[in-house]
Write a protein that binds this ligand. Sequence first.
Ligand code: 26V
Length: 810
Amino acid sequence: MKRVEIAGKPPPVKDLIAPSPETFRSDILRHLTFTMGKDAAHASVYDWRLALSFALRDRIVEPWFAATRQTWDEGRKRVYYLSMEFLIGRILEDAAINLGLRDVAAAALETLGQDFRAIVEDEPDAALGNGGLGRLAACYMESMATLGCPGYGYGIRYEHGLFKQRFEGGRQVESPEDWLNQRHPWEFERPEAAYEVGFKGEVVREGGRAVWLPGETVRAEAHDTPVVGWAGRWANTLRLWAAKPTTLFDLDRFNRGDYAAAAEPEALARTLSRVLYPDDTTYAGKELRLKQEYFLTSAALQDILRRHLSAGYALEDLPQHVAIQMNDTHPAIAGPELIRLLVDQHGLGFDAAIDIAVACLGYTNHTLLPEALERWATYLMGNVLPRHLQIIEEIDAWHLRHHPTRPHWVGIVKHHEVRMGELAFITAHKVNGVSALHTDLVRQNLFSELEALHPGRIVNQTNGVTPRRWLRMANPALSGLITKAIGPGWEADLDRLKGLEAHVDDAAFRADFAAAKRTNKVALADWIARTQGVTVCPDAIFDVQVKRIHEYKRQLLNILETIAHWHAIRQNPQGDWVPRVRIFGGKAAPGYLAAKEIIRLINDVAAVINNDPVTGDLLKVVYPANYNVSMAERLIPAADLSEQISTAGKEASGTGNMKFALNGALTIGTLDGANVEIREQVGPDNFFLFGLTAAEVVERRKTPDHARQAILASQPLQDVLQMIAEGQFSPDEPARYHGLVHNMWHSDYFLVASDFTAYAEAQRAVEAAFRRPDDWWRMAALNTARMGFFSSDRAIRGYMAEIWGAASAL
Ligand code: 26V
């Protein structure tokens, strides 16, 4: 046995004992034989992957049990993170790295004639989320484990995660994702941990007490996935609920031969945890969505109360032992549900119950977009959750009693709708935004009246990302260089990256930094050639915009400027151009037609540009389908330029922006979301800023013909719109983009035209900088060196201190 020292903060409670490759090899073989029932001679990559996963999982169990035991023994406060989305991605390599077993595993497999990389890539992504909000939840789970913050994530075990995307004739086509059609080796089924969740029915009064008689019930069954932190010092649980019928099937109907009807209860229950809602752009008042939200929340709260009571604590002491975080308003029924459980089931008074709820609950807001703010018609709420609607009205009345000066337009129930933002705000002791700018806007715009009634309730917690996955795992080339330069342990103490600053004026270090980037670019170029059939030159600027497709994120601005650049090269093919590859990735919500049109335009433009012999290697456009976490892990480490170009005031934070800068890409971006703080941290000289500010955006919109004015002021933009309108990119259907072009001239709500010239100029500044490699690599290295602030460990420490009142157990 060899002792593995993994340095870093906090000091090790118990160092990992890493097995030798020989020991680990026999672990793998044991699982291959006895768990998979396979002979090594006939095992597939799937068999090897599962055997390896089980061998790794075995080694999580000990720290997992130890953490659970310690939490009970020490009577520690637990944090419960309630989220409708956990966008995890692959688990195997991340777990191996955190256990300090990645190299041991790779070596063991090599002796078995197996390739670690191929096995890693066989794992499907756990895609139980749409985008930023879900990925943030996954990073936060990993940081809570790393910091030894006792906690649980609660979510839904969707049978089908985010849809798969492919392109047909440039158009997005969706198909169901099916990650559970294979064995999922990381979870433990807990059939004994199950709760009934009710819907509909009626509320009757019995001796002055409300009794809810649900018309439908389902069972929520727990599936636990351990989440191990850095160096295996602590592990928490991600508990995902699967919906099961309370009665299996109707035997009478079955015996009468009516098989479909007999299976109805089962089918009905199963739909609850069947699919992830794929739209994070617009609120649609779907009953099934409300049911999913309540299903998650009720199961979680019943579980939390059961754990609390089984420790022998009083319900009045819940806030000392329990912090519950609502990831956006999706679980905002938690306030009413907790009050219901305390009042209806445990006999507390309403006032005592609401005080307990408020003291336990926190609410994170992730968007200001009015169309994404949840509100439920009271008739729907009253139908699906009749008791909760009563409690919501009581909460509203209670709030008004305590704040008689409350403006008449403020409140939870208005115009026959339940506003979930107001509900979450009023039932939480802290409400947080996700970047400094976003939090200011939440204070000034979204909740200004409630802020005045509850000064100090709104706080900021700028988002962060886990450096274990997003640097150490995704970018071994750069990670190795960092460790060589500043020593080990930065993974758990990211501020230590500052130590790289001392090296940025060293030409040899800059050359190594550039070489690490080149390694990643060559690997990406190979993958692009293999999977997309496009050849790209690794010496070009790799310019990447990956995120959900949304008008406010302005992929349109990017592709319009790409066309302008292409046109400029064609006017002067002998000019001294800097070669570029513009890489796009991202999915559109299935019903979001404007976003789908942008996807099609990008693909149409790519088809023309990539086949143009005049521009050749000077410009390529690549848009691989089905962007997901694993694709992000390929693209981000290979990026030179990170596109963060949203209309200012619209992107709450962004987290991709952090991953890119951490991996040594320079940002071209607006003063939006966390871009503001990234620019402050890395220094304004190391960031390509352009565009209107959030305040200027508001002003600009007041000019009625802002779009027309901006287009008329830019000949290149006029030319681009003309080319599109003439059908240069859709020769088979010249009118295809007439609507889009018309919208550019006459509406342009997201101010693409108004920011176009500034964006194009910033792109020229990027090229000028890229021509000076010494400057470029110095800037890139400074970005990595100064991104320590954006570790999700820093963010979680902030939540623990300012919202949860929780302490590290390490
Ligand atoms: C809203 C809805 C509305 C109901 C239907 C389903 C659904 C699903 C998700 C959402 C909210 C989307 C909000 C969101 O993802 N916000 C992103 O959160 C990131 C993490 O804080 C942040 O970095 C991004 O800027 C922000 O857009």
